[in-house]
Design a protein around this ligand. Structure first.
Ligand code: BES
Ligand code: MN
Ligand code: ZN
Length: 491
């Protein structure tokens, strides 16, 4: 089922403009040249568009900004949105214009886009689809988000085709946001696994490993995180085999802590509710898998998520406990709040043992320290392979998702030395995000190109971003999809 606003495509029909309800959007470049659609709106409104583009306010608009005419005489619409945009605007400029339209529309009004003058209308539509999101599942009032979007242009079929893969990304990002926004009493570990299983209807192969299976595989560190919770732990593997060739897959691994209390090393109460988003890494993995399936990507990708809840109880792990990983190394659990790495290390090891991936990327809301370092603008990027890392950074740059490479090295690795086990799960206050990455790096095989994305600062935010409202952003779905499209689908 699609969770996007319905968007349909039609040939420009000048006769239909006057009677369209809701809002009508026209696109005009800096020179103020009107295309036939804008000319028609201008004529219907007895020259209001022409006056608007001669006004001082118009001359002060930046590219992508807009002005609105309310209740225009001569039209049935409630408003005309006039967007200042270059005809060949693309990338973020075009996307932001679409996002601005989604915002002014607020989800409720029908919207007609007169896109004929735009060379990259698909990017405007994509920006609109990405920004047109609200998490309303738990509002008791009936949703007002009922409006539909009609895109008029010269070649509607071609535009529809150009939009299809982008709308698949928007759907993946929206799914990622829905999961990340969902509270932990609703998105329990079992509910989460069930939701992922539902993606089989898209052609993905989804396998759920329960606690019995995980114990048999030896994923004791993952199980040690979940053992304080009444909700069972799972690993879910989602496979998309879109390449005709028998290629080794790209493995995506996600941290899926549905709630992180810190465990016995309990977090302070203030702000703890934010830890419903501690499954954000796994939600990106799920969102990417959805996108790949929806657009029929010609690549082999396997997404694996470790789903657990970190709770304090009589059965919970204690600080000082020593547990053995699936790999066989032992870990002294100094701080039960450093649980994400304990989940990931077993899933990453399993991913390599079982799928022999060509490369591996893990995503996790792993450390508060990455927020201190990079704020909410950039995810931390850690890698053992510069060319692979650069491929990702380029994809992220193209998609306008902030990503910044961080260092790794033996000096940091030493900080994980334990007196009684092979390693500790924390390295002290210094370089907290890097020592977390070093911990994970110990579970990456020598020849496996690997990227670790610490998304604690970007997965869910308190002020809106270019293409997302406050709350879960869906950061990473577009970049990873782009990485796959550019590097794993070459025929
Ligand atoms: N889930 C948190 C990290 C986090 C913090 C995510 C803020 C999103 C926003 C993680 O499990 C955690 O608690 N990390 C500890 C590690 C420490 C104990 C070494 C942290 O960052 O304080
Ligand atoms: Mn924690
Ligand atoms: Zn956590």
């Amino acid at each position: 089922m699609s969770n996007l606003t319905p968007i349909s495509f039609a040939e420009t029909d000048l006769e239909a403009i006057a009677g369209h309800l809701g809002r009508v959007a026209v696109f005009i470049d800096a020179e103020g040249k009107l295309d036939p659609g804008a000319r028609r709106v201008n004529r219907l409104t007895k020259g209001a568009i022409a006056r608007l583009i001669e006004s001082e306010r118009w001359s002060k608009l930046k590219d992508g900004d807009s002005l609105s005419l309310a209740y225009p005489a001569g039209m049935a619409a409630d408003a005309v949105d006039v967007i200042r945009i270059e005809r060949n605007a693309k990338g973020m400029a075009a996307r932001k214009a679409g996002a601005a339209l989604a915002k002014t529309r607020g989800g409720s009004a029908d919207l007609l886009l007169l896109c004929a003058p735009l060379r990259h209308a698909h990017e405007v539509v994509y920006g609109l689809a990405m920004r047109d999101y609200a998490f309303e599942q738990h509002k008791s009032a009936e949703s007002t988000r009922t409006g539909a979007v009609v895109v008029m242009t010269g070649k509607p079929e071609a535009l529809k085709d150009a939009c299809a893969p982008l709308l698949a990304v928007a759907e993946g990002a929206h799914m990622c946001r829905d999961l990340t926004n969902e509270p932990a009493n609703v998105l329990t570990t079992t509910n989460y696994a069930e939701r992922l299983k539902e993606m089989e209807s898209l052609g993905l192969k989804v396998e759920i490993l329960d606690e019995k299976a995980l114990a048999k595989l030896g994923m004791r560190t993952l199980l040690s995180v979940g053992q304080g919770s009444d909700s069972p732990s799972y690993v879910v593997a989602m496979r998309w085999d879109g390449s005709k060739k028998d290629e080794a897959p790209l493995a995506l691994v996600g941290k899926g802590v549905v709630f992180d209390t810190g465990g016995i090393s309990l977090k302070p109460g203030a702000g703890m509710e934010d830890m419903t988003m501690d499954m954000g890494g796994s939600a990106v993995v799920a969102g990417v898998m959805r996108t790949l399936a929806l657009r029929g990507a010609k690549a082999n990708v396997v997404g694996l998520v470790g789903i657990v809840e970190n709770m304090p109880s009589g059965k919970a792990s204690r600080p000082g406990d020593v547990v053995t990983t699936m790999k066989g190394d032992t870990v002294e659990n100094i701080n039960t709040d450093a649980e994400g790495r304990l989940v990931l290390c077993d899933v990453m090891w399993y991913a390599q043992e079982k799928y022999k991936p060509a490369a591996m990327i893990d995503l996790a809301t792993l450390t508060g320290a990455i927020i201190i370092g990079l704020g909410h603008e950039n995810a931390g990027v850690f890698s053992n392979n510069t060319s692979f890392c650069n491929d990702f950074l380029k994809a992220a740059e193209t998609e306008g998702e902030g990503a910044w490479r961080m260092p790794m090295g033996d000096g940091y690795d030493k900080l994980l030395k334990s007196r009684i086990a092979d390693m500790k799960n924390v390295g002290g206050r210094a370089a907290g995000s890097i020592t977390a990455a070093q911990f994970l790096g110990r579970f990456v095989k020598e020849d496996c190109p690997w990227i670790h994305l610490d998304i604690a600062g970007v997965a869910s935010v308190k002020s809106e971003t270019a293409l997302a409202p406050v709350g879960a952003t869906g950061w990473g779905v577009a970049s990873l999809n782009r990485l796959i499209a550019d590097n794993y689908e070459a025929e």
